[in-house]
Design a protein around this ligand. Structure first.
Ligand code: AMP
Length: 194
């Protein structure tokens, strides 16, 4: 399987690029943020419990995240691969993910991080807020801080395993996507050699 983690701060373009990646490599898209929003829209018990964290721009406790992700991995364990979007967001989640994937005799092939300067992120998030009216985007500063504090250690986790690929997220959608495919082709080669 080709299992990729796509990460980047809020507003880095993860959603747009995820769609293109899953199309090109025929992967299953697992976006924890999207799954949570679906729970909230459908007013499920999980939705009711996670709503307050999301609206405050805080991370949802690992237990909710892992239960949901484990179910998806099980469902798609015979696919060509998985694209994790917005997950793992903590080192604990990354460790649990590694353990879970081992049960299916697979592993993370690599993590791609989209890098975008903070001033541009703030501009992009404000634009998206106007277009989509996403409540959690109002907590722009909180979300960027949460990302810096809790999610950057996840990048360090994959880096220490030789699995981190930084991609410049500034520029036209197609230009960024071309950089991503170059990174994926590289990480596939490294993954196969291991
Ligand atoms: P996203 O659409 O990925 O930016 O996620 C929106 C919100 O959902 C985040 O700000 C968090 O509150 C929550 N969330 C999504 N994924 C995770 C995760 N892996 N761990 C904890 N909270 C998450």
């Amino acid at each position: 399987m080709l299992n990729i983690v796509l990460s980047g701060p809020p507003g880095a373009g993860k959603g747009t690029q995820s769609e293109k990646i899953v199309g090109q490599y025929q992967l299953i898209h697992i976006s924890t943020g999207e799954l949570f929003r679906k729970h909230i829209n459908e007013e499920t018990p999980i939705g009711a419990q996670v709503k307050k964290y999301i609206n405050e721009g805080q991370l949802v406790p690992d237990k909710f995240v892992m239960d949901m992700v484990e179910e998806k991995i099980k469902e798609h364990s015979h696919s060509k691969g998985l694209l994790f979007d917005g997950f793992p967001r903590t080192v604990a989640q990354a460790e649990m993910l590694d353990k879970k994937l081992t049960e299916y005799e697979t592993s993370i092939s690599g993590m791609i991080t989209l890098t975008v300067p903070e001033e541009e992120l703030i501009q992009r998030i404000k634009q998206r807020r106007n277009m989509l009216g996403r409540i959690d985007d109002q907590k722009v500063a909180t979300r960027i801080n949460v990302y810096l504090e809790e999610t950057l250690p996840v990048a360090a986790y994959y880096k220490s395993r030789g699995k981190l690929f930084n991609v410049n997220g500034v520029g036209a959608i197609e230009a960024v996507f071309a950089r991503i495919t170059t990174a994926i082709d590289r990480l596939k080669t490294i993954d196969q050699a291991q």
